[in-house]
Design a protein around this ligand. Structure first.
Ligand code: TXA
Ligand code: MG
Length: 329
C-alpha cells in the first residue's frame, strides 16, 4: 500500500514498518530506537537474529548524538560523500539505545541517504531509522516500489514510492576508524579511486563485512533470484535447454556469427544487462533486470563471465554477481 512521507512518519512513530526509497536500493524502515519495531524487521525479512541493521540519519549532527566520536578520516569522507551511497562503521557508547538495531554490537553502521523523501522522513521523525534492504533475506534487493510490493507487500504497513533507485546497488560500507587504514567492508559506487581522491595518503583494504555471507539452510547466496544462476566462461557450456543467458550488449556484439546462430537455434532467452559504456545505467537496472528472470518461466539462467573492469562500480557489480551465482555442492 502506497503511503505519503507524512503518513510514513506517523506509522514509524507508532512502531510500524514502512518501505522507503533510497538512492541505492529500497529500505525496510523502522524507528531504530524501538526494540519491538526492530524485532518485526527481523521477522518480516526472515533475517538471522544476529545480523545487525544499518541505521540512517539525516545529517552528521544527528549521528554525533549517538556515537562516541567520528574519527577524522570518517569525518572527511562523510563531509565529502554524504548524503550519498556510503555507510560508515562507528563506535557506540556503552548501553546505547541503538543496541537493538546492532544486535548488541558496540559498533554501528551509519548512513545519510541521498533521497529527499527519506531524508524528510528521518528529519520529521527526529530519530535514527534502521533500514536493511527491503527484501526477504537471501533475495534480490529491490530498486522499485513494485519489487518491494511483490516480495513483501502484505507484510508491510506501507510503501513510500520514490521512483526507481538512482544508483541501484547497495552502499559502500567502510571502516575508517583506524587512522591511515580504510577497510572497504562492502564495495559500492564509491570505491578506492573516489576515496583516494579525497584522502590520498590512506591505505585501502578490502575486507568482507562481518556476519553471514550465506543464508543458513539455503543453497543460494545473497541477492539471488529464485531461478538458479550459473556462471559460464563461454556459450559452448550452455547446451540446449530451457534457459536464459545474461550478458552485456558488448559481449553480444563480440559473439562470432556461429555463436549467435547457435543461440538462435536453441531456445535460449537473452537478458541484456546493459553496456560497459554506461556502468551507471547497468548498475541502476541490475536488480530489476534480475527480478525479470523469475517471470520468464525458465529452469536456469547463465551469466557470461565478463571483465567488469577496474572502476568502483565495475568491482561492485562483480561482487554482486559473485553473490548471486548458484553454489554447486
Ligand atoms: O545501500 C544500503 O546500504 C541499503 C539501503 C537501504 O540503505 N541497506 C542495506 O542494508 O544494504 P543491508 O542490511 O541489506 O546490508 C547491510 C550490511 C549487512 O551485511 C549487515 O550484516 C551489515 O551491513 N551490518 C549492518 N550493521 C552492522 C554492524 N553494526 N556491524 C557489522 N555489520 C553490520
Ligand atoms: Mg540486504
Amino acid at each position: 500500500m502506497n503511503v505519503s512521507p507524512a503518513d510514513a512518519v506517523e506509522l514509524l512513530s507508532q512502531g510500524k514498518i514502512v518501505a522507503v526509497p533510497t538512492e541505492t536500493v529500497y529500505g525496510l524502515a523502522a524507528d531504530a530506537l524501538n526494540p519491538a519495531a526492530i524485532a518485526r524487521i527481523f521477522e518480516i525479512k526472515n533475517r538471522p537474529a544476529d545480523n545487525p541493521l544499518i541505521c540512517h540519519f539525516f545529517g552528521e549532527r544527528q549521528i554525533r548524538e549517538y556515537v562516541t566520536h567520528i574519527p577524522s578520516a570518517t569525518e572527511i569522507l562523510m563531509r565529502h560523500f554524504s548524503p550519498g551511497p556510503i555507510s560508515f562503521m562507528l563506535d557506540l557508547p556503552a548501553d546505547s539505545p541503538l543496541k537493538f538495531a546492532t544486535c548488541g554490537s558496540p559498533r554501528i553502521i551509519a548512513r545519510i541517504p541521498d533521497h529527499s523523501l527519506f531524508l524528510e522522513i528521518i528529519e520529521q521523525l527526529n530519530r535514527p531509522v534502521a533500514a536493511p534492504s527491503a527484501n526477504t533475506s537471501g533475495r534480490l534487493s529491490p530498486t522499485t516500489a513494485e519489487m518491494v510490493e511483490k516480495d513483501l507487500g502484505e507484510k508491510l504497513d506501507g510503501i513510500v514510492d520514490g521512483g526507481m533507485s538512482r544508483i541501484g546497488i547497495e552502499s559502500t560500507i567502510i571502516d575508517a576508524g583506524n587512522g591511515d587504514e580504510i577497510l572497504i567492508l562492502r564495495p559500492g559506487a564509491i570505491g578506492s579511486a573516489e576515496i583516494l581522491r579525497v584522502l590520498p595518503d590512506v591505505r585501502i583494504i578490502s575486507q568482507k563485512v562481518p556476519g553471514k555471507s550465506v543464508t543458513p539452510g539455503t543453497k543460494y547466496r545473497h541477492y539471488a533470484p529464485s531461478t538458479p544462476v550459473f556462471l559460464i566462461q563461454n556459450i559452448e557450456e550452455l547446451g540446449s535447454q530451457n534457459a536464459a543467458l545474461m550478458l552485456t550488449e558488448d559481449q553480444l556484439t563480440l559473439l562470432s556469427p556461429m555463436e549467435s546462430q547457435k543461440l538462435n537455434e536453441q531456445s535460449i532467452d537473452l537478458l541484456i544487462l546493459g553496456s560497459m559504456d554506461d556502468l551507471n545505467k547497468l548498475a541502476k537496472n541490475f536488480y530489476h533486470k534480475l527480478s525479470l528472470l523469475d517471470s520468464m518461466r525458465i529452469k536456469k539462467a547463465f551469466i557470461l563471465k565478463n571483465d567488469w573492469g577496474d572502476t568502483s562500480l565495475g568491482k561492485a557489480i562483480k561482487n554482486r554477481i559473485e553473490k548471486l551465482v548458484f553454489i554447486q555442492d
